[in-house]
Design a protein around this ligand. Sequence first.
Ligand code: GSH
Length: 232
Amino acid sequence: MIEFFKFPSAFGMHEASPFVLKLETYLRLAGLEYKTTETSDPRPAPKEKLPYIIDDGETIADSSICISYLKEKYGDTLGENLTNEQHAIGHAVKTMLEERTYWVVVYTRWMMPENQKLVLETWFGMIPKLIRGFITGKIVKDMRKGMYAHGIGRHSHEEIFAFGVQDVKAFEDVLGDKPYLLGKTPSEYDACGYGFLASIMAKPFPTPLSAYVGNSKTLMAYIDRVEMKAFG
Ligand SMILES: N[C@@H](CCC(=O)N[C@@H](CS)C(=O)NCC(=O)O)C(=O)O
């Protein structure tokens, strides 16, 4: 059976990481059986990040590489009716969410002072107080460095959220009045769409971006629809 490695649930979500939530949603939409192992520490993971899976003794890391592996091994029933053009649109939307919108989520959780406090208490509260500040200080510093290297960290608060709103608006426009991103049935791209939109809507982190999504009937209905289909 596929062994799926994820973070423990947090903030009232199945999973707080958009990438982990994406892969779990894919596993469920594809009807693949898996067993979950929760870990708070991604450092022993093959790429020092979650998610990853172990299947038949093979370890595969990175949500997209896991999905390619699963499609190859178990068949791609979700995407079988999609045209090359639809795959290209799905790929572009997915890459937008993962390579840019993701950083708006990182900024939201790690750089906005009230959210950072909650994240550190939730994820690192179990570390003895004496050394906690030292460890979390280094994590936040590394996160800030990563954001600066990516480029998002060079923008103002307003500019960062303007980018985020542009992204989800683009998602909303591609979705239109279809039930799923590319048509009547869900595909791997909906696993990604749900993973990111649900992460943006995590209750404890209100932002201009969650306000935009929360005010969009189309996006809120979409989140509910994919959630219901995958998690029931
Ligand atoms: N490209 C990777 C990204 C995974 C990723 O960034 N995971 C984050 C959580 S959202 C992580 O494990 N971070 C831990 C760390 O960087 O130390 C994927 O698709 O799986």
